[in-house]
Write a protein of this length. Structure first.
Length: 225
């Protein structure tokens, strides 16, 4: 496990000659550091630059909105979430009970430039991505019990099964990149139902989502009031 960097100058030096070069590195809540001033057109390159440096920084990066608030997580809370993520069955917390309906093509946007002029990269004090719910707020986790534990367990499962990596948390939305796709059939169907359960406001027909995940290298989840 990489040492967790705590010096902003040292972190900035790691990001030189990349998409984050020259951007301010500021202290955040819960032992986080925040790279500010990321332009909406550079979201994915910025995240990839920070992701490529995890082995050096010891910090998992997550994109958030510039004014996003997150939790001042303490060590005991993070340790408890880590334990729960290994013990909780996320599909007893998250269950899909919706109905299939049409989704408009305009709603299927990956990097959301329409409402973002600027974002930030939050560098969590851990290289373990499924612990992100200890700091970040996702409506689908904060409104369920035990939602944060269930979300952490789901991210852990998705990482192991599909190489899913958490890229962004926009409050009511989560975005992932994915290294592996499920086989068409039962694998894809079960994954689609999981995504619909965690993304409770997705309105894609389940059969359509099951087909899409066999071809896609990115996931978009949405849950709103």
């Amino acid at each position: 496990m990489a040492r967790v960097m705590d010096d902003p100058d040292e972190i900035a030096a790691v990001f030189r000659r990349g998409a984050l070069d020259g951007l301010p590195v500021e202290e955040g809540l819960g032992d986080t550091w925040v790279v500010t001033g990321v332009e909406s057109s550079q979201l994915l390159p910025a995240w990839r630059a920070a992701r490529a440096a995890v082995a050096r920084t010891g910090r998992w990066p997550v994109l958030t909105m510039a004014d996003e608030q997150w939790l001042d997580a303490e060590t005991e809370q993070v340790d408890a979430l880590d334990y729960a993520a290994r013990a909780v069955d996320p599909w007893t917390v998250y269950r899909w009970s919706g109905h299939d309906s049409q989704i408009e093509p305009a709603d299927l946007r990956l990097w959301l430039p329409g409402f973002l002029s600027e974002a930030q990269v939050v560098l969590l004090p851990t290289s373990t991505q499924w612990l992100a719910p200890a700091w970040l707020n996702y409506f689908g986790a904060t409104e369920k019990h035990p939602g944060r534990e269930g979300l952490a367990a789901a991210i852990r499962q998705w990482e192991r099964q599909w190489g899913a990596e958490l890229v962004a948390s926009w409050g009511t939305m989560l975005q992932f990149v994915v290294a592996r796709q499920p086989a068409l059939g039962e694998q894809a169907w079960q994954l689609a139902l999981q995504l619909l359960a965690v993304g409770g406001s997705l309105q894609a027909p389940s059969w359509e989502l099951a087909l899409a995940v066999t071809r896609s290298d990115a996931w978009f989840l949405h849950d709103r009031p």
